[in-house]
Design a protein around this ligand. Structure first.
Ligand code: PGA
Length: 252
């Protein structure tokens, strides 16, 4: 199980330091935690996380390693600033920065080339769901966003229905189950049944609904936006993941 905090363009630096110290001083057995921090915070957060087991990640990277790309950040820069992973293809970047799945694949290849792990986001809009196209949209996004020659061990996928992000309208467990099965099929085709990378759910995950989401088949964690800015709420989500992971181990 993976629980990832996506801080987006939040919070102020002083509050970020307090949140990161809370993350570093807590421990949750059987799960991996990741903090996707704003780029200017990577170095200060890497210092604050240094004595804990939380991994640090960037929220995007460029596909080139260096060059005339004002305002962009390369995968090697993220790595040099303490990140070991990067979030790619978030719907806010797809929508607000015109990021296509082809661009995501190039970024993913660059990140893997620099030794970073990648978390690729996919998800349909409300209009696509209402049109009955949700599954096809997600399948297409995923197939194109995954670069050639990427090792399964370096990847995770976050299914984030766009209409569920930041709205409080979490997807129904049955819909999450269907989409996670669809994503698992694509990943199985690509990597084989034994090497399907973790598939996370994201979109209005909070301390109250986390346990129910983690009980859905094939859900291997959560990508958490708003609730990750509240240390107590995020800790409760991590504890739910930890309990789910423990029961998974007991079932085996
Ligand atoms: P949310 O954001 O938890 O605030 O809905 C999730 C995300 O965008 O990753």
């Amino acid at each position: 199980m993976i629980v990832a905090a996506n801080w987006k363009m939040n919070p102020a630096l002083a509050a970020a330091g307090v949140l990161a110290r809370a993350l570093a001083t807590q421990a949750f057995p059987h799960i991996q935690r990741i903090l996707f921090a704003p780029h200017p915070y990577l170095v200060p957060m890497s210092v604050r996380l240094s004595d804990g087991d939380v991994r640090l990640g960037g929220q995007d990277c460029h596909s080139a390693d260096s060059g005339a790309f004002t305002g962009d950040v390369s995968a090697s820069m993220l790595r040099d600033c303490g990140a070991s992973t990067v979030l790619l293809g978030h719907s806010e970047r797809r929508a607000a920065h015109g990021e296509t799945s082809h661009i995501v694949a190039k970024k993913a290849a660059a990140a893997i080339g620099q030794g970073l792990d990648i978390m690729i986001c996919v998800g349909e809009t409300k209009a696509e769901r209402d049109d009955g196209k949700a599954e096809q949209v997600v399948i297409d996004q995923l197939r194109v966003s995954l670069p050639a020659q990427v090792p399964a061990s370096k990847i995770s996928v976050a299914y984030e229905p766009v209409w569920a992000i930041g709205t409080g309208a979490v997807a129904a467990p049955d819909d999450i189950a269907v989409m996670h099965a669809v994503i698992a099929d694509v990943l199985e085709e690509r990597f084989g049944a034994e090497a399907v990378p973790p598939i996370l759910y994201g979109g209005s995950v909070n301390a109250e609904n986390a346990s129910a989401i983690f009980a859905v088949p094939k859900v291997r964690g959560a990508l958490v936006g708003g609730a990750s800015l509240d240390a107590d709420a995020f800790a409760r989500i991590c504890s739910a993941a930890s309990r789910r992971a423990e029961s998974g181990i007991a079932e085996r």
